[in-house]
Design a protein around this ligand. Structure first.
Ligand code: SF4
Length: 319
């Protein structure tokens, strides 16, 4: 699972040095009072955020707006996805107070929209699904006006564990495909492409609004991305995010290319044409980016239709 990770303003590996970082990937550093406020709450409540673990390029913007993506079940993962900046190893014991602390931090931060994700806990019998259930329930109880997106692991495909998420009923449930079928094994060795599709399918059948993310620039072809998009539409996935992969360190999966913003725009069009309800596509897009808008059914598609109509009207006016 996982947030589209990465990003580092420092180019510290051969590939990124060889491929000159384009201007469209330059981002603002995190500063400002709101940022400091969120930083204090996260530290005081001993919480983890994927924003930091993944070195997210949008941290300044998101934290400055008073939002953050919390990472539950610790900050050590049992998996070793080749792109991910989160540490792999033996996780610490489950902290049963964590759900309440996350709920309280969200309450103190007064966030309108919260995102929660986790590391994978394959060593646990329940895959961490009980903590997930408790966290969603605690957040909803303490923050009835807050919308909630959960970015979940595949729970190794166990339906009873996925059912706990459905029972807790967050507003959006995302599970990231991360890449196309051909290179899934290289990108996330312990995961399976079709298992992830099945997770999304199960969530959809359970009535969830579903979402996934794909990273570009790691060796996939455009045709393969489109094929993956079709598979996702077939399982009823509602929201798709497409963003540029950036290599966290030289030990991580090698960056193959920077995808031009025009190609992201083209894939956005294709996504809407295929039937997604919301497509967020751009170099800096990460799965939590603008996620408060992904909750609302029809918002993205209606915006896209309006944009197309505006362009058509403008073209007609010119003739
Ligand atoms: S499952 Fe993979 S992507 Fe998710 S935190 Fe673990 S190593 Fe990172």
């Amino acid at each position: 699972m996982q947030e589209l990770p990465i990003l580092n303003n420092t180019l510290n590996n051969n590939t990124e040095t060889r491929l000159k970082k384009p201007n469209w990937l330059r981002v603002k550093l995190p500063i400002g009072e709101s940022y400091k406020h969120v930083r204090g709450l996260v530290d005081n409540n001993k919480l983890h955020t994927i924003c930091e673990s993944g070195n997210c390029p949008n941290m300044g913007e998101c934290w400055g707006a008073g939002t953050a993506t919390f990472m539950i079940l610790g900050n050590i993962c049992t998996r070793s996805c080749a792109f991910c900046a989160v540490a792999t190893g033996r996780p610490e014991a489950v902290d049963w107070d964590e759900p309440q602390r996350v709920a309280e931090a969200i309450h103190l931060m007064k966030v309108k929209h919260a995102v929660v994700t986790s590391v994978d806990r394959d060593e646990l019998k329940d895959g961490g699904s009980i903590i997930w259930y408790n966290t969603i329930t605690a957040i909803k109880t303490l923050n009835p006006d807050t919308t909630l997106e959960t970015l979940i692991p595949d729970f190794r495909g166990f339906k009873d564990q996925i059912q706990r998420i459905i029972d807790a009923a967050p507003h959006v449930v995302s599970h990231n495909m991360e890449t196309v079928e051909r290179i899934t094994r290289k990108v996330r060795i312990q995961a399976k492409y079709h298992r992830s599709l099945e997770v999304l399918h199960t969530l959809k059948q359970g009535g969830m609004r579903t979402k996934t993310g794909i990273m570009l620039g790691i060796g996939e072809t455009k045709e393969e991305v489109i094929e993956t998009m079709k598979h996702l539409v077939d399982v009823g996935c509602d929201v798709l995010t497409l963003g540029q992969y950036l290599q966290p360190t030289k030990k991580h999966l090698t960056l193959q290319r920077y995808v031009h913003p025009d190609e992201f725009a083209e894939l956005r069009e294709i996504g809407y044409d295929l039937g997604f309800d919301y497509v967020e596509s751009g170099p800096l897009v990460r799965s939590s980016y603008h996620s408060e808008m992904h909750v609302v059914k029809g918002y993205g598609r209606n915006k896209w239709i309006t944009e197309k109509q505006t362009v058509a009207t403008t073209v007609n006016d010119l003739h």
